[in-house]
Ligand binder design. Structure first.
Ligand SMILES: Cc1ncc(COP(=O)(O)O)c(C=O)c1O
Ligand SMILES: Nc1c(O)cccc1C(=O)C[C@H](N)C(=O)O
Length: 434
């Protein structure tokens, strides 16, 4: 350890931040977003606004809706937008075209994926495994899917799911990155272990797609879902997506077979006949305004390689962890996000006393992250618009606040990993998100 007082060490890192920014091959991509002086580290909850969205939506509203009206379903490509935009997301999740369809919320797609997976599995496989620390909606929906299909749900820590799968497991629902700790799970290895047990793998990609490489096709993933309002910057309430592996599509039996997934929707037939391919995952009328906002938002990816995004994400989170270590001793700010790159998503979560109060103070000083109960400060790093100087400034403001509050210490949770109390209240985690 050096003798330099921590705060001076942090100030010394400011020059390095500037150097890293000037060497950043993705620096120019920030210009594709509406930004201001705020240090915005909440893109893992709501991505920033790409500048292409407003002109596109203006045209969609004024011309496509205002002038063309009903003709736009065909002439403006509205009807096929769910699969067309799905094909734009596909390369970001390692999928060949024709397997991703956009629409509905993540929650609804979790439902479609789980029920369809159970329907594909042998009848004697009577359990659905879910990741015990999952984002709540996945657990709620899995419980309902189990009740509806006569299965049971078993919650298992994500790092034990591979071993927990057995001859009773129909399907496991796993988060690629844990929303609270930022821990990244090994999608290819867990998928392979589930397959070895004869189970299907459904992945929730909400916290990974757009921030790191996802290899759905190569890993043999069966089904996957994800939202588009985080690292894909689609906007508040942007529709989610569903991936159904091509070889499973003929057996994909949707629990929500709406008219949009009919082979011939405008036949208005009494009998349901499922469409072929990705459109089989559709339900009702697409959310055109938010779908086309997402379409415009995806333009930010032009010429951007996901490998460069991952490299910058790790660079940013490494640098932020270094700044945090310089800003405060670990007793005051304890990283709960894994240090090994293979286990780190694109966020840094810090356990901290009075984390809710700390985040309010950070936000008031222009550093926006969020707070997750009981004691987690979450900082999301979207490599497309976050700079190293933002990481440094966030740590500087954290250090200032801690200096003004010398008596707060993180609660000790010796028996639980990652600072998450086993008795933590579920849900109701709105603090820090407007
Ligand atoms: C891992 C995960 N799954 C699902 C959701 C919720 O999805 P939605 O609100 O789109 O249904 C979120 C966040 O909102 C999430 O973080
Ligand atoms: N979807 C959200 C919303 O509509 C309001 C506030 C927050 C969200 C989120 O996405 C939360 C997020 N999934 C999380 O990781 O905590």
């Amino acid at each position: 350890m050096s003798d330099v007082p921590p705060v001076l060490a942090l100030d010394a890192l400011a020059d390095r931040a500037a150097e890293l920014d000037s060497a950043d091959p993705l620096a120019h991509v920030r210009d594709r977003f509406a930004t201001d002086h705020t240090v915005y580290l909440d893109g893992n909850s709501l991505g920033a606004l790409p500048t292409a969205v407003l002109p596109r939506l203006t045209d969609v509203v004024q011309r496509e809706w205002g002038e063309l009206r009903i003709r736009s379903w065909e002439e403006s490509g509205w009807w096929t937008a769910p699969e067309r935009i799905g094909d734009r997301i596909a390369p970001l999740v390692g999928a060949a075209p024709g397997q991703v369809v956009v629409g509905d919320s993540t929650s609804v797609n979790v439902f479609k994926a789980l029920v369809a997976a159970v329907r594909m599995a042998p009848e004697d496989r009577d359990e659905i495994l879910v990741d015990a620390a999952t984002f709540p909606t996945d657990g709620y929906i899995a419980a309902s899917a189990a009740r509806l299909t006569g299965r049971t749900v078993r919650a298992v820590p994500a790092d034990a799911i591979a071993e927990a799968a057995g001859d009773r497991t129909a399907v496991a629902l796993v988060n690629h990155v844990d929303y609270r700790t930022g821990r990244l799970y090994d999608l290819p290895a867990v998928t392979a272990a589930l397959h070895a047990a004869g189970a299907l793998a459904v992945w929730d990609l909400c916290h990974s797609a757009g921030a790191l490489p996802v290899t759905l096709d190569a890993a043999g993933v069966d089904l996957a879902v994800g939202c588009t309002y985080k690292y894909l910057n689609g906007g508040p309430g942007a529709p989610a997506y569903l991936y159904v592996r091509a070889e499973h599509q003929p057996r994909f039996d949707s629990p929500l077979p709406g008219w949009n997934s009919h082979a011939d929707p405008f036949a208005m037939a009494d009998e349901y006949v499922a469409a072929e391919g990705a459109p089989r995952g559709r339900v009702g009328t697409p959310e055109i305004l938010s779908l086309l906002a997402l379409d415009a938002a995806l333009d930010v990816w032009d010429g951007v390689a996901i490998a460069d995004v991952r490299a910058k994400s790790l660079g940013l989170t490494d640098f932020f962890l270094e700044c945090v270590a310089a800003a405060a001793p670990a007793q005051r700010l304890r990283p709960v996000t894994p240090v090994p790159h293979a286990e780190r998503g694109s966020q840094v979560s810090l356990s901290c006393a009075d984390a809710g109060g700390m985040m309010r103070e950070l936000t008031a000083r222009g550093v926006v992250g969020d707070y997750r109960r009981p004691d987690v400060l979450r900082f999301g790093f979207t490599p497309l618009y976050t700079r190293y100087t933002d990481a440094w400034r966030a740590a500087r403001v954290l250090a200032d606040i801690l200096e003004e509050r010398p008596h707060t210490r993180p609660d000790a949770h010796p028996d639980t990993p990652a600072g998450i109390r086993a008795d933590a209240p579920a849900g109701g985690e709105r603090e820090g998100t407007p």
